[in-house]
Design a protein around this ligand. Structure first.
Ligand SMILES: Nc1ncnc2c1ncn2[C@@H]1O[C@H](COP(=O)(O)OP(=O)(O)OP(=O)(O)O)[C@@H](O)[C@H]1O
Ligand SMILES: [Mg+2]
Length: 421
């Protein structure tokens, strides 16, 4: 089975790689003309552009960022009549990766959507919906989902466990499925995120995700200038990988840490020291991004966002060409999740593999120059004052009271550790 990857550069999609996957062997390369012209536009920050032919057992790690997960995966497995499992990943990409987050897509998946729409003539030229129509999951919205078969609304093109749709706002303010609205009509792009399940706890997690993001912004963590807003039980998250301007849509490179670390598959758990090393290898300003990542982890611990897996941190290339951590996403009180999610990634000391749970030990073990270690320590001490004020900040940003209360101890622990430095 083969597929062609396309990348969005200079306002258009161009072919950038051919992937061949037969049973246990995957072979891929950049086409010669691409390798010559586009040396600075890699598919992955871990796969520089050259003429080499790559051979791997599994499909390459960066392709896992395109594999449909959650509701989109289930839908597509049904359409393709495939049993679930690792063998389904590649066929799922070939049908579902038609407009993923970031700037890479699969040409065959675009054809798959076209064929699907051709089978459902009523799907053409549908008017947009107001956000209210989506919030109430109106009949109209359900019909639309079916007609576009969850493809046009991007359900197969965005990862994560919670059901979500990629929606685009037109000039009149109406929302459309992302893949069905032409770029020229687009003014803003969103991820509409629904609760993971039907329990009150699922709803509470999503509601507080909006407040958690405001808290992070108040603490100076890198957040998108447009923060998520809640509409009924739908969280509308403005996308930071798309820039709609003057009738054109720019698409920024975005890639998970799992991809940057070369992790093929899901649920692989690198140590946080490996994650930091991976970040430092690809970003423009390693010291600044290390500090940013550590501050995010302090907040994860203080506010018990336990779901810190390697796909919940990503790197982007900004319009100016700077490689940096993306604005924060998926930051929520995950300790409340009914599936009880323990902290996924931890600071395992590289030599002994023993978990470090105190920031002074983590800082001492970080492989950074000593002057940078000093700066990190100073900055984290400064951050401690903000952590001490966290209960008030959470109050100001409307985090639920019982959550603030529950976090008293974890906030204290973080503040104490950072000040002790
Ligand atoms: N504002 C955004 N702009 C661009 N991409 C985003 C944004 N927010 C999230 N993403 C991308 O969408 C994916 C899914 O979003 P998110 O992590 O919030 O979903 P989730 O279902 O809660 O995931 P999980 O299974 O980790 O709980 C992310 O992994 C990231 O690649
Ligand atoms: Mg996520």
């Amino acid at each position: 089975m083969d597929c062609t990857l396309q990348i969005f550069v200079d306002d258009r999609w161009i072919d950038c790689a051919q992937i061949e996957f037969n049973g246990g062997l995957c072979q891929w390369n950049y086409p010669v003309t691409y390798a010559v012209d586009r040396t600075n536009v890699p598919l992955s920050l871990a796969e520089r552009v050259d003429l080499g032919i790559r051979e791997t057992r599994a499909i390459p790690a960066f392709l896992y960022d395109l594999v449909p997960q959650g509701a989109g995966r289930r839908f597509l497995l049904g359409e393709l009549q495939l049993p679930d499992g690792a063998d389904a990943d590649f066929p799922l990409i070939c049908a579902g990766a038609l407009n993923p987050v970031g700037r890479i897509r699969v040409a065959e998946a675009v054809d798959y959507l076209d064929a699907h729409i051709a089978r459902h003539p009523a799907a053409r030229g549908l008017p947009g919906l107001m956000i209210d129509g989506i919030v109430l999951r109106s009949e109209e919205f359900k019909e639309r989902m079916f007609l576009h078969g969850m493809l046009g609304t991007g359900t197969t093109a965005v990862q994560g466990a919670a059901p979500k749709y990629l929606l685009t706002r037109d000039r009149a303010g109406l929302l459309h499925g992302d893949a069905v609205l032409p770029d020229v009509d687009a003014t803003q792009h969103f991820i509409a995120k629904l609760p993971r399940g039907n329990s009150p706890a699922d709803e509470k997690v999503l509601r507080n995700e909006a407040a958690y993001m405001r808290v992070a912004a108040a603490l100076g963590i890198r957040t998108h200038h447009d923060l998520p807003t809640l509409h009924g039980d739908v969280l509308l998250v403005p996308r930071f990988d798309r820039i709609a301007r003057d009738g054109k849509v720019g698409r920024l490179h975005q890639e998970s840490m799992a991809s940057i670390l070369g992790l093929a598959g899901f649920d692989l758990r690198p140590s946080l020291f490996e994650v930091v090393a991976g970040i430092r290898k690809v970003v423009t300003d390693p010291a600044a991004e290390t500090l940013e990542f550590i501050k995010r982890d302090v907040l994860n611990l203080a506010m018990r966002n336990t779901d810190n897996h390697a796909r919940n941190t990503a790197v982007q290339l900004t319009e100016g060409g700077k490689a940096q951590l993306t604005p924060l996403f998926d930051f929520a009180p995950m300790y409340l999740d009914p599936g009880s999610i323990p902290r996924a990634l931890r600071w395992y000391r590289p030599d002994t593999r023993v978990e470090l749970t105190d920031w002074s030990d983590v800082l001492a073990a970080l492989p950074v120059p000593d002057d940078e270690r000093e700066t990190l320590a100073t900055e984290l001490k400064r951050f401690a004052c903000q952590i001490e004020r966290l209960p008030e900040t959470m109050e100001e940003q409307d985090v639920d009271h019982d959550i603030i209360e529950f976090l008293t101890q974890s906030v204290d622990t973080q503040a104490r550790q950072l000040k002790a430095r």
